[in-house]
Every structure is written in C-alpha cells, then in structure tokens.
Ligand binder design. Structure first.
Ligand code: ZN
Ligand code: FE
Length: 256
C-alpha cells in the first residue's frame, strides 16, 4: 500500500485543515473543517472528492465548514459524541477506542479533554501520524476553556506517550508565538534555541511549521517538560506535582 498524501490547508487567520488522501482507495479525509472554500479549492486542485471529515472539537473555527462540505460531497462527518449537538451535520459520534479507518489503516480515537470537555485526537499508528487539534500545539498547548489544568495535563501526557517518531499535526499555526514563550521559560535549553531558529526561518518563508514530532516536542515544548529542574526553579515550584507546574505555565502563557 502506498503512503497517503498529507496536505495542509491554511484556513481563516491561523487555522489548519489537514487533508489525507489514499491514492489506492481514493478516500480523502479532512481533519477539521474551519472553512469550506479553501478546502474545496485544495481538493479541486488535486481532483480529490472528500469522503469524510474527522472533527477534533466543537469550536466554530474547526467546524464552520462542515455543513457546506457535507452538502457538496455527501461526506460522513465524525466527531466526539459528547459534543454531537454542537458539531454541525455530525453523522458519527466517537469516543476513546472507537473503531475508525482510513485507506485501510486503523485510526485510534484518543480522548484529550481540557480545551473542551469532548476534545478528541486521532492517531494512525501504521502511518506514524496524529492529529491533536487544540490540545498539543507545536511548542505549546491549547487554552483550558472547559476542563481544568489537571485534566489538560493528563491529556497532554497521553499524547506524549505516543511513539517518539509520530508526526504531529495540530489545529493552528501558533508556533512562533509559542516559541517566544518557550524561550522565556527555558532559555538554556539548547534543543529549543536551535529549533526556534528553524521555526523563524519557516515563518519568514511563509511555510507551515507542521508537522512536528513527539520527540521534538518532548525536547522543546515547556508544557511537556514539567519535570525540568531549570523550569521548576524558574517558577519556584521545585517540589510541586507536575500538573501544578503545567498549570502555572498555562497561566503565564495566558498573560504573555
Ligand atoms: Zn478550539
Ligand atoms: Fe481552535
């Protein structure tokens, strides 16, 4: 089986839709649907027909394109069942362990609540790729709107436990602003300093900073580095539980 083609579609101000196309089966799936027009136009460029949409959470900037895309392609919209009433045209509700597939590969649903209570991530182990919506961002994490910091921390840890070589696609291009915050928290992290140069070069060239990987995030993302002595010392939280270090980081980032 040949590898699916993965394409990022920038939508709205800083959202991404990710398109996955399996050449053999002809299936094309969108991860989130921020806006129908840019997705339709990208599909048109390749001559692909949308067969499905996997929604990570109910926020409008991830679902506003659902109805128009469904009307046009009659595609199946999949998303967290606990957010069913808030996701337009949802056809199939999923939860942890639901059986999904794409192009002959099984797709795991991982519940990652915190940003919203029903937020899910999608993991395709055979392709070594995961879609983390507004939970794990490159060099950051989503705001905790509906859950609490402990819940969000647990969700981030679930994602951190994926294999190191898993490619990560998230819902927004926030990497540069996340990078500035990360540097303010852990300026002595050489891997971070080097990585930020790469992020800056990509943004200066106008290209996406995604995908990232679990290994790179564990080495550079402060929200996954709550065990770091340097970070704990900077925050005055040497002996605190990891989730409290996480909560403080989230609080500081909210104010940054
Ligand atoms: Zn969101
Ligand atoms: Fe969002």
């Amino acid at each position: 089986m040949s590898r699916p083609i993965i394409t990022l579609v920038p939508c709205l101000a800083d959202n991404y839709c990710v398109l996955l196309h399996a050449p053999e089966s002809g299936e094309t799936v969108a991860i989130d649907a921020p806006s129908a027009e840019p997705i339709k136009s990208e599909l048109g460029k390749h001559g692909w027909r949308l067969s499905g949409i996997f929604i990570t959470h109910h926020h409008n900037d991830h679902t506003a394109g659902c109805q128009a895309l469904k009307d046009h392609f009659a595609c199946t919209i999949t998303g967290p069942e606990t957010e069913a009433e808030r996701i337009p045209a949802l056809g199939r509700g999923v939860s942890e362990g639901s059986a999904l597939s794409f192009g002959g590969h099984s797709v795991e649903v991982i519940e990652t609540p915190g940003h919203t209570l029903g937020h899910v991530s999608y993991h395709i182990p055979e392709l070594k790729v995961a879609f983390t919506g507004d939970t794990l961002f490159a060099l950051g994490c989503g705001r905790v709107f509906e859950g609490d910091p402990q819940m969000m921390f647990a969700s981030m840890q679930k994602l951190a436990a994926l294999p190191d070589d898993t490619a990560i696609y998230c819902g927004h291009e926030y990497t540069l602003s996340n990078a500035r915050f990360a540097l303010s928290i852990e300026p002595e992290n050489a891997a971070l300093v080097a990585h930020v140069k790469d992020v800056e070069a990509k943004r200066a060239a106008g290209v996406p900073t995604l995908p990232t990987t679990i290994a790179l995030e564990k080495a550079t993302n402060p929200f996954l580095r709550t065990a770091s002595t340097a970070i704990r010392a900077r925050l005055g939280l040497i002996g605190a539980p990891d989730w409290q270090v996480f909560a403080r980081l989230r609080e500081l980032k909210n104010k940054a």
